[in-house]
Write a protein that binds this ligand. Sequence first.
Ligand code: AP5
Ligand code: MG
Length: 188
Amino acid sequence: MNIVIFGPPGAGKGTQSNLIVKNFKLHQLSTGELLRKEIREKTKLGNQISSIINSGNLVSDIIVGDLIEKYVSDKSFKNRLIFDGYPRNLNQAKNLNSILKNNDQKIDIVLKLSVSLQTIKKRISERKILEKRLDDNETVAIKRYEMYEKNIKPVIDFYKHSNLLKVVNGEATVSEISNEISGLIEGI
Ligand code: AP5
Ligand code: MG
């Protein structure tokens, strides 16, 4: 089974992906985490993208597409992936479908976590104290939210048309959301 989970910054994609990994023995593929790792390790790619990420903009579709292709084509992850934060625009959604198809796979369910901007600001300001992510200040968080809003509508329509989309209330508690998601996955 392959799962897509998306939602605005601070929606709980990472939190819920971790729980899905535990409950269903899948592998989390967070494009944000992979990109931050490149920055931490000061790779060529990391140096190229750090200012883009830290200003809240999206990295190019080609860069993130190449990253996810590596995982999709790895047989040890076959039909065991959770895409956390990919796709973020229509081009990426189409690209994901074609990469999966080329590797004889498909998406089984798409989870959209909905949260308000007010909740996002609160969660990100709290996380900032613990994790020290450079993109976790209020200005950049708002920018990330705007980027999400600007690009996501066609992605939502794309998955609605394929009958894969499930909308989950991301304002509930972590365990309430996790229970709802587990029920949805078990229902596939
Ligand atoms: P990414 O790392 O994906 O950041 P994001 O989308 O802004 O989302 P976050 O990781 O901030 O939030 P989350 O939804 O994972 O929430 P979390 O579980 O941590 O991307 C970063 C950047 O990388 C992008 O801006 C872009 O530049 C680039 N990038 C990534 N993917 C890309 C792509 N596909 N294309 C182009 N560029 C890309 O929760 C947040 C906090 O809230 C935590 O502290 C958590 O403990 C808490 N929390 C979670 N759930 C709850 C709850 N239910 N109740 C109370 N608190 C909760
Ligand atoms: Mg995350």
